[in-house]
Design a protein around this ligand. Structure first.
Ligand code: CDV
Length: 309
């Protein structure tokens, strides 16, 4: 057995005026609760330090600088790193990254028990649009404020296992999971901010939106025989609702823990990384069963094409 006790640290809403210090204090509170349950790894949401600012249109992208971090850790997040080191707890969280070259990414990091950043991931699948869209009920401007991640989907030797990251919309794409599955991933950690309503389809209900979220994470976990930890930022932010539904999913694709609120809430589960072995050696033994000679379209095209193979 290779047991890892993991905490999904769901955050309730973060308003535009909430300071980084106030948010970090909430994250530390969840971390302290996790320590009391002997947690090895705590996972926080996408863009965990701020409101989900891509809902706000700025003509001048530089006006969004206030939502970005220029270094990590920095003054605001150092107390979180210090508490994690004191607890000997590894962590994962997302933030908006502004690099020294002026590049902007929607980023997540893996931090080991000593407070060292051992893995960085930059969101590849950016949803939404790049220009103000008057047809939508609200904006989703990730394509305006971030560039697509440039690091692929790496995996990391971490806590005695093989870990990978993705962020929010990435979870809906089977390619995300399979690229990590092909590197033997045993646990995928991901944060998300998902609006409770569809800005382009007012008829779509919350039940279906939660179904699509869970379907994606459960399928990704099952089809790649990996644990998955998916953590929401939830609740009504700046007047806009985000759903909760943080889940921990086992390598059979079953939900083993799920949040019940749209507030700060901790889910704790002990995951045996060896539970991934059965699926990886049987149904999803890739080396025996995959037929990549028939998968060329996956990397050769983006949109739908009917051209001959
Ligand atoms: N932050 C996200 O990536 N949100 C998307 C929304 C826009 C659908 C998601 O896939 O949940």
């Amino acid at each position: 057995m290779r047991n890892i006790t993991v905490a999904a640290a769901q955050l309730g809403p973060i308003q535009k005026d909430d300071s980084r210090q106030a948010v970090v204090a909430r994250m530390i509170d969840l971390m302290d609760q996790a320590k009391a349950q002997d947690v090895d790894l705590i996972v926080y949401p996408e863009l965990a330090l701020t409101t989900f600012f891509p809902r706000w249109y700025h003509e001048d992208v530089a006006e969004t600088d206030i939502w970005f971090e220029r270094e990590m850790p920095n003054a605001a997040t150092r107390p979180l790193f210090e508490r994690a080191i004191a607890h000997g707890m590894a962590m994962n969280f997302g933030y908006a990254e502004l690099t020294p070259e002026g590049r902007r990414f929607n980023t997540a990091i893996l931090v080991d028990r000593e407070g060292q950043i051992v893995g960085t991931y930059r969101k590849v699948h950016l949803p939404g649009h790049g220009e103000f869209d008057p047809e939508r009920a609200f904006q989703h401007l990730e394509k305006r404020y971030f560039e697509p991640g440039d690091l692929g989907f790496p995996v990391f030797d971490f806590l005695g296992g093989t870990f990978g990251m993705c962020i929010c919309n990435d979870r809906r794409w089977p390619e995300t999971w399979r690229v990590m599955g092909l590197q033997g991933v045993e646990m995928v950690v991901l944060g998300f901010n998902t609006p409770s309503v569809n800005s382009q389809d007012a008829e779509e209900n919350l039940e279906r939106r939660l179904f699509h979220h869970k379907l994606s994470v459960q399928a990704g976990a099952y089809q790649n025989a990996t644990w998955a930890v998916a953590v929401a930022k939830a609740g009504v932010e700046d007047g806009h609702p985000l759903f909760g539904g943080s889940i921990i999913v086992n390598p059979e694709g079953e939900i083993v823990a799920e949040t019940q609120t749209e507030d700060d809430e901790l889910l704790v589960h002990t995951c045996d990384l060896d539970a991934t072995t059965f699926g990886k050696k049987t149904m999803f033994d890739f080396s025996r069963h995959r037929r990549p000679e028939h998968y060329g379209r996956i990397v050769a095209q983006t949109g739908v094409e009917r051209s001959p193979d």
